[in-house]
Design a protein around this ligand. Structure first.
Ligand SMILES: Nc1ncnc2c1ncn2[C@@H]1O[C@H](COP(=O)(O)OP(=O)(O)OP(=O)(O)O)[C@@H](O)[C@H]1O
Length: 703
């Protein structure tokens, strides 16, 4: 086979890459470059703050925080929990003596946005008194930052270096009703810290839902609450009132096609309602792109709609597109923002008056029948529906149009709350973190809600096979396990990275591969009118060893391009500059982390044209995602661990009929109409038996 100008072998002719679909399983959001849209005067901001319901409860809150170690703050969406509570604490002196008040968010975009807003309200430059820190992006100062917004995961990682979180005086866990795996794990750690630090540490759990009593009960450590209430450690504070009213409208009969209903509702609002932008919640990126394209066609063919501007908002969108969402539109233009649930909590888009809610969301679920973590489209909970409605009525009275009937909403079709992630996703990252923090008995650990035992044992089994846990002692292995917990990566990708310096001597390529997968995977886009040129260009980078090596080629070619030429180079090759820039930043950070771990002599090692070393290295982390070509069909694959039949994603080199290796490993799973695998690398089955003998031999009969 001939070789291309990049690493790996050229794909055989006839491989059609098909349509590139960018919905990604490894979600990433990098909010650098974001500018809050609100340019109101300082006086106006000051007045706005005073009008928020939270303001009336300021003294009550400060009293509760003084008296109790944990305070659960409950309030309507938009009442000021995320922006005001940290400022009240700061003004009351909780950041004196160099201490920091931290407010955690389940999503990166929210952490960055809230920091921008609060910096603006306090009239300070972002990154000074107010800052934020999310995975791979730190806009804060160790000396000066006193109010810091972070994701729950980033704060949890800080526990590894500082188990008592000694520099923080108060941790505000915001949007706790989301019950992400990181939020639940963090709450458990905070409870331990609260018991140990006592006097100088406080936890505030802020939630918009009715979960308050569960949180309060969890943080109550007084065994005798009735007889000795003066020793109680936790309380609930309700912030009553909402800032502006929201009218809620339902369909009278259920709709057949929610995408059609969403665009129709947006155009009707535009034609018949007063000024104000529209925020439309759809489940995922593909649905958003589809709705925007339909709406654009309608705008092209109707004079009534030419002042309507469709925009997209989802995790991983470029900074420029994101800016359009938050910036005020030109005079006379109305924005129609199609968004996933990234805009559901903590985010305020100034100017939004109308919300259209499809009632659907894409969620990560761990399917216990098939044993895989995947994205599925589900009905939202009532609690989410309230949050979505709460996005209107934040800066003026609002209206929400629900694309479902009132009867459906009140029925069990819409559960009260989401099922917490701890009960439905893979627990591998949580187990790794708890083990690294010295929790040896995971079954008896004091969780807010205990995870199902089968999820715990599945996580332990995988970590043992990855070499992170010693199956004899049940503890983390001294080098691999401990280092893995420190890395801001999924354990599977972390193993690929560490093995590249420990075993396979292919750090240059493996760091590239891992950085690309952590930044979202496929960097190629196929613009509507230039499909054949874009596919031709992509072919230049593609190699038969698989998509991961294609990503490596792209990443290395990007790094070799002089910085000032990179945007042009990306445009010329139909590549996402945002993604490649992000993966280059991740690359630098991972190199620095490996050097700190003592691998500085190995980080420049390269496998050159020995692609097998890189492929083996990738397989050493992703072996649990191995699949075998189904011989009876010759097109689809069966997962080795459970026999589940999956399809190759159309963006993959292996999509084409004549490009199918017998065995592959993959980085991502997504579910639309089918279960697709993405981020694929070809493997030799002999490597799998060598890398993970127990796992592989136990599961092989499934295929
Ligand atoms: N970027 C912004 N632009 C304009 N107004 C904003 C912005 N951010 C916040 N606000 C104003 O501050 C209010 C309080 O926002 P905040 O995020 O603190 O509320 P919250 O109670 O945490 O809401 P939620 O639970 O929905 O996240 C909003 O209702 C809005 O009026």
């Amino acid at each position: 086979m001939s070789t291309s100008k990049y690493k790996g072998s050229e794909p055989s002719l006839g491989c059609d890459m098909g349509q590139v679909d960018e919905g990604s399983f490894i979600r990433s959001y990098y909010a650098d470059g974001f500018t809050a849209g609100d340019t109101a005067s300082k006086m106006f901001l000051h007045e706005q703050r005073r009008r928020l319901p939270a303001f009336k409860h300021r003294m009550e809150l400060l009293y509760a925080v003084e008296k109790y170690l944990a305070v659960v703050v409950v309030g309507e969406p938009g009442s000021g929990k995320s922006t005001q509570v940290p400022q009240f604490l700061y003004e009351a002196g909780w950041a004196a003596g160099g201490k920091v008040i931290v407010c955690t968010q389940p999503r990166r975009v929210a952490a960055a946005m809230l920091a921008h807003r609060v910096a603006e309200e306090m009239d300070v430059a972002l990154g000074t008194t107010v800052g934020y820190s999310v995975r791979f992006s730190d806009v804060s100062s160790a000396e000066n930052t006193r109010i810091k917004y972070m994701t729950d995961g980033t704060l949890m990682h800080e526990c590894l270096a500082d188990p008592m979180l000694s520099k923080y005086s108060v941790v505000v866990v915001d949007e706790a009703q989301d019950r992400s795996l990181d939020t639940d794990t963090l709450l458990a750690l905070l409870k331990k810290i609260m018991k140990k630090r006592k006097g100088d540490f406080r936890v505030i759990i802020s939630s918009a839902s009715l979960d308050a009593e569960r949180f309060r009960g969890y943080f109550e450590t007084n065994d005798n609450t009735l007889a000795q209430p003066e020793h109680n450690t936790a309380t609930i504070l309700s912030i009553s009132g909402r800032i502006f009213p929201v009218d809620i409208h339902y369909l009278t009969a259920s709709c057949e096609n929610y995408l059609v209903a969403a665009t129709e509702t947006a155009t009707k609002i535009h034609i018949s309602e007063g000024p104000g932008d529209i925020l439309i919640f759809l489940p995922g990126k593909n649905e958003i792109e589809q709705a925007i394209s339909t709406l654009n066609d309608q705008i092209d063919s109707s004079n009534n709609l030419d002042s309507l501007l469709p925009l997209a908002m989802y995790a991983g969108i470029s900074a420029e597109k994101q800016k359009l969402v938050f910036d005020p539109p030109e005079r006379g233009i109305r924005k129609a923002i199609f968004s996933t649930n990234v805009a559901e909590t903590a985010v305020t888009i100034d100017g939004v008056v109308y919300v259209v809610d499809s009632g659907l969301v894409k969620r990560r679920i761990f399917d216990t029948d098939t044993n895989i973590d995947r994205l599925a489209t589900l009905t939202i909970s009532k609690s989410s529906a309230k949050q979505r409605a709460g996005r209107s009525g934040r800066t003026r009275p609002g209206k929400t149009y629900r694309l479902y009937t009132r009867e459906a909403y009140l029925s069990s079709l819409f559960p009260e709350h989401e099922i917490p992630e701890i009960c439905r996703v893979s627990l591998v990252p949580m187990v790794l973190m708890l083990k690294a923090l010295g929790v040896s008995n995971l079954v008896r650990f004091d969780y807010l809600q205990p995870p199902p035992p089968e999820l715990l044992s599945q996580a332990l089994e995988l970590l043992a096979e990855l070499g992170a846990i010693d199956s004899g002692t049940g503890e983390l292995t001294p080098k691999l396990g401990l280092h893995l917990a420190e890395l801001p990566l999924s354990p599977e990708l972390g193993v690929c990275l560490l093995n590249s310096v420990r075993t396979f001597d292919c750090a240059k390529e493996a760091i590239s591969a891992v950085s690309m997968l952590a930044a979202g995977g496929d960097p190629f886009f196929v613009p509507g009118g230039q499909r054949s040129e874009a596919l031709e260009d992509k072919r230049d980078f593609m190699v038969q060893e698989g998509d991961v090596l294609t990503f490596v080629n792209t990443h290395l070619a990007y790094l070799e391009t002089p910085a000032r030429m990179r945007v042009k180079w990306c445009n010329a090759h139909f590549l996402s500059h945002r993604m490649l820039d992000q993966s280059a930043r991740i690359h630098r950070q991972l190199e620095a982390m490996l050097a700190r771990m003592g691998y500085h002599n190995r980080i420049r090692s390269s496998c050159g044209r020995d692609y097998k070393s890189l492929q083996k290295c990738i397989a050493s982390g992703l072996f649990a995602n191995a699949a075998r070509l189904d011989p009876s069909d010759g097109r689809r694959y069966r997962l080795i661990k459970n026999g589940l039949v999956v399809d190759i994603h159309p963006s993959s080199i292996f999509f084409a009929a004549d490009c199918k290796p017998n065995y592959v490993v993959f980085a991502q799973v997504m579910e639309t109409t089918k279960v697709y695998i993405r981020g694929i690398s070809a493997v030799d089955p002999a490597w799998l038996s060598e890398i993970a003998p127990h796992y592989y031999s136990a599961k092989q009969s499934n295929t």
